[in-house]
Write a protein that binds this ligand. Structure first.
Ligand SMILES: [Zn+2]
Length: 198
């Protein structure tokens, strides 16, 4: 319960900052609606909150968070529940973001699961992680010990997501017309570094 009380106090602080001291910020966001220029696709991990890591203001970034910051391949079967794809579509087609950042991180529990267990149990997590279960990922797992494999696979997962983004026709078209750029960033929790992944 202590944690919930802390969150409610946190909201009071937020209210004071944005609705009392700088009320123009939300007033403008309310009047004009949101128009973020950047979509960040990050992991759900509690240690890698994009707004905190990137020091953004309300309304500045549109965020998708899921297990291991993965983007699935474009799937035209609309009967499935495509949460990440729906948010991506909204960001690119309706908000017309100009940047997409795939933000990965060290010590990723999702990638660790993928590295350590290749016998999938067909639960939600394993099925989701299949997005990153590529021959290159398997090669990295076989060639390196667990710790190094995790680090290399975390970075490779960012590349997989960046490549998968381009399978969405509206993303590929926006990139082709130079209305959209895709970046891969890797946050190292131990040293506080942010590296670009190509
Ligand atoms: Zn993670």
């Amino acid at each position: 319960m202590a944690n919930i009380q802390k969150l409610l106090s946190g909201f009071e602080e937020f209210y004071k900052k944005y609705f009392v001291e700088q009320k123009h910020i939300y007033q403008e966001l309310y009047d004009k609606g949101q128009s973020p220029k950047t979509l960040v696709i990050a992991c759900s991990d509690s240690r890698v909150d994009p707004s905190i890591l990137l020091g953004t203001a309300p309304g500045e970034i549109f965020v998708i968070r899921n297990v291991a910051n993965l983007v699935p391949v474009f799937d035209c079967d609309m009967s499935h529940c495509h949460g990440t794809s729906a948010a991506l579509e909204y960001a690119v087609r309706h908000l017309k973001v100009e940047n997409i950042i795939v933000l990965g991180h060290s010590q990723c529990g999702g990638i660790k699961t993928l590295v350590e267990e290749h016998n999938h149990n067909h639960n939600f997590i394993d099925t989701w992680l299949e997005i990153a279960d590529t021959p290159e990922m398997r090669r990295l797992c076989q060639k390196h010990d667990n710790e190094e494999a995790c680090s290399l696979c975390e970075k490779e997962a960012i590349r997989i997501s960046m490549n998968n983004l381009m399978t969405f026709p509206f993303v590929a078209e926006a990139c082709r017309e130079q209305r959209l750029k895709i970046y891969g960033w890797y946050f190292d929790l131990q040293y506080g570094r942010l590296d670009e992944i190509k």
